[in-house]
Each structure stands twice: as structure tokens, then as C-alpha cells.
Design a protein around this ligand. Structure first.
Ligand code: C5P
Length: 221
């Protein structure tokens, strides 16, 4: 079973999009399918870990051996992650968390009127950055989905958020989001590795193997 590289480890994974409500019937969201996060949760469980998957709305089945906590908004995802983190060894942020939410949620359906309308947006909290700063001993893996300058943005994001490892990928209408395959540049403190175009299931296995290697290095350091 994937060599049990994560045997005895507790892992928290986020996956999927978030939904930021505007009123009782409308929300803002993105094109994340949740596939990468679900594949990672499954691969961690197969490697022997105890896995909590904090998931935004997706059409995917819960992988076997994984405990899923279903959430909708970024705020709910933040709360569920903070509740799941105590005792965790690894945090994987694969969710496409909304960066902004509507500043107010209308209690009643917003009525249309003639002419333009605008939305006031407020920032959401950065879940993975807060996890990395609150639990510095936890191994953190984040993703950097970029349309341009992927490598520089991924390096910068890893440092800025204080992550152990980041997986950069190029996204676009025909790349990554909502697809079964992807291509990643994985960067950590002392090295990097390019993972060629492959299914998200295969990439998840490779990522788990890399996490296992890094954890083994740390514990012998
Ligand atoms: O800054 P950016 O959104 O590109 O960073 C992506 C990484 O940060 C992903 O790992 C994502 O899950 C995580 N993230 C988060 N909370 C946010 C925004 C992003 O955990 N509010």
C-alpha cells in the first residue's frame, strides 16, 4: 500500500472550489473540480495516513478510508481546517479558495433594476498561510495555479506563505482546471522536480512519495 510512507501520520487536505454567497440564491465560485485534492487524499490514505478532507462543493465520491468534511464558503473552510489541524503532521492545500467574498450577504434575493450594478468585495483569509504560521512544525504543501510566469510566482508564493513545498501548474481554458491530467513543477527548500503531464491520480502518488522523502530527511536531520 504505497509502502506505508505516511503510516501513523495525520493529514488534512483541502479540495474543490468555494462558494461565496451574495444572497439566498446566488454565489461566486470558480472552475475547480476538486480532482487533484481528492486524488491526494486517496493517495495519502493509501500510503497509510489518517486523512481529513475538507471539501468545497464537488461531484466526487469520498475516497475510501478518508473522512470528508463538506463546506461551502472560504470562511467555513477556514473554520473546518482550524478544527481539524490539532495533531496533524501534514497540510495539503489543494482547494481553489476564493480570494474575495461579497462584502455583505443580502438576506433577501437582490432585485434587478435598470442599468449597471456593482459588487463590493472583501478579502477572505489565506488558509494555508495561517496554517503554516500557526503550526510551523507541520509539513505544508500548496499549489500555485498560474496563467503566466508560473515558476517565479510559485517560488514567491512558497516563501511568502512559509510553505514546505509548492506545486506550480499552468492553468488556462484548456489546462488543469476541470481536467483529468496536469503537469507540475514541485519546489521545496533544497530542490525541485518537474512532474511531466500525467493523470491527477499518478501526480498525487508522486507528490505523496516526495512528501514522504522530505519528512524522512527532516527526521534524520
Ligand atoms: O495565493 P494563491 O491563491 O495563488 O495560493 C494558492 C495556494 O494557497 C493553494 O495551495 C490554495 O489552496 C491556498 N489558499 C488558501 N487560502 C486562500 C487562498 C489560497 O489556503 N484564501
Amino acid at each position: 500500500n504505497a509502502n506505508g510512507v505516511l503510516a501513523g501520520r495525520r493529514v488534512v487536505v483541502t479540495a474543490g472550489p468555494t462558494r461565496e454567497p451574495l444572497d439566498p440564491v446566488r454565489y461566486l465560485t470558480n472552475r475547480s473540480s476538486g480532482r487533484m485534492g481528492y486524488a491526494l487524499a486517496a493517495a495519502c490514505a493509501a500510503a497509510g495516513a489518517e486523512v481529513t478532507l475538507v471539501s468545497g462543493p464537488t461531484a466526487l465520491d469520498v475516497p475510501s478510508g478518508v473522512e470528508r468534511v463538506a463546506v461551502e464558503s472560504a470562511g467555513e473552510m477556514y473554520d473546518a481546517v482550524m478544527a481539524a489541524m490539532p495533531g496533524a503532521d501534514i497540510f495539503i492545500g489543494a482547494a481553489a479558495v476564493a480570494d474575495y467574498r461579497p462584502a455583505e450577504i443580502a438576506t433577501d434575493k437582490i432585485k434587478k433594476s435598470d442599468g449597471e450594478a456593482s459588487l463590493r468585495l472583501a478579502r477572505t483569509r489565506d488558509i494555508i498561510a495561517e496554517v503554516a504560521s500557526a503550526w510551523p512544525e507541520v509539513f505544508t504543501l500548496g499549489f500555485a495555479a498560474e496563467t503566466t510566469n508560473m515558476e517565479a510566482a510559485a517560488r514567491d508564493k512558497r516563501e511568502r506563505k512559509g510553505l514546505s513545498m509548492i506545486a506550480g501548474n499552468v492553468v488556462g481554458p484548456d489546462k488543469a482546471f476541470g481536467r483529468d491530467d496536469n503537469e507540475l513543477l514541485v519546489i521545496w527548500g533544497e530542490g525541485e522536480k518537474r512532474l511531466a503531464q500525467a493523470s491527477k491520480i499518478d501526480l498525487a502518488r508522486d507528490l505523496v512519495a516526495l512528501i514522504g522523502e522530505r519528512l524522512a530527511c527532516d527526521s534524520t536531520a
